[in-house]
Design a protein around this ligand. Structure first.
Ligand code: SAM
Length: 284
């Protein structure tokens, strides 16, 4: 069954009386070469977890290129469809759950003996950031995350300092991973086409975070504060978010060679780490 064919998609829709739910980000991919690029980039060792299989177009490609696929789909109506479209594979497990509520650590322990997995998905765009945040912050045994996302989101996650795309989510991604854009994908390659263009983003999870910090909680508090008001100076953003006198923050920034008048978006991860480690002494 060629699930990349719009005709096949239409036939399945008719057979199961299925209508797309916009609210669940249901835009199905019809480009075989993009599926292959996702699978290649995921560098699957043996196991892979997919988010949102839809009719199973990527799932079947993953099943052919791995020992085991666990795929998580929130839409109950799709479970019967997937049983039909994936009938020929005996290495696919479908979990009917909301990815954001699922205990992924347990899934990896139970289904993959706690071994490192790859994540591959054409994500539902309405929850891209919460999904990626969950995958990174839960510190799961993950090798690579290869996901289709809105093009702008892919650009934000792989942005460099002092560009308009650089923000708190950039720092989060680049703290835990090495991001790269694998392919750009026009809206016309989905059924139904979304309103935005897409890109395949690869997040290669690092063995240890890209910068060393004494306290991760303080590091991310500094990052959040620095981007809380983009037009304000670093000094104003920090003093609005930390209970430390402004002149002390100013002295502290100068002592590590960072001008208090700079904006958060100009700071590298090393500089954020340096600020967090120095601030830590003041708030302990
Ligand atoms: N993988 C298919 C493809 O590439 O054609 C479908 C991708 S579609 C962009 C996103 C899928 O995620 C849909 O099947 C949708 O029902 C599912 N989904 C939406 N929200 C979800 C959630 N919270 N948890 C798990 N799956 C979700």
């Amino acid at each position: 069954m060629d699930l990349t064919s719009p005709r096949t998609i239409r036939n399945i829709q008719e057979q199961f009386g299925f209508t797309f739910k916009k609210g669940l980000g249901q835009n199905f991919l019809t480009a075989r070469n993009i599926l292959e690029e996702i699978v290649d980039a995921a560098e699957i060792e043996s196991g892979v977890i997919e988010v949102g299989p839809g009719f199973g177009v990527l799932t079947s490609e993953l099943a052919q290129n791995s020992d085991k696929v666990v795929t998580i789909e929130i839409d109950e109506r799709l479970i019967d469809v997937l049983d039909y479209t994936l009938a020929e594979y005996d290495n696919v497990k479908i979990i009917n759950e909301d990815i954001l509520k699922l205990d992924l650590k347990k899934v990896i322990d139970d289904e993959f003996n706690g071994e490192k997995v790859s994540i591959a998905a054409n994500l539902p765009y309405y929850i891209t950031t919460p999904i990626i945040t969950k995958l990174l912050e839960e510190k799961l045994p993950i090798k690579n995350i290869v996901v289709m996302v809105q093009k702008e989101v892919a650009e934000r996650m792989s942005a460099k300092p002092s560009t308009k795309d650089y923000g708190a989510i950039t720092v989060l991604c680049q703290y835990y991973t090495e991001p790269s854009i694998v392919a750009n994908v026009p809206a016309s390659l989905f059924v139904p086409p979304p309103k935005v263009d897409s890109a395949v983003l690869k997040l290669k999870v690092l063995d240890k975070p890209s910068v060393e910090v004494k306290d991760e909680g303080v590091f991310f508090r500094v990052v959040k504060a620095a981007f809380s008001q983009r037009r304000k100076t670093l000094l104003n953003c920090l003093s609005a978010n930390f209970p430390i006198p402004k002149d002390e923050i100013s002295t502290l920034l100068e002592s590590i060679g960072i001008a208090p008048s700079r904006r958060g978006e100009t700071l590298s991860l090393e500089e954020f780490a340096n600020i967090a480690d120095t601030l830590l002494q003041k708030i302990k």
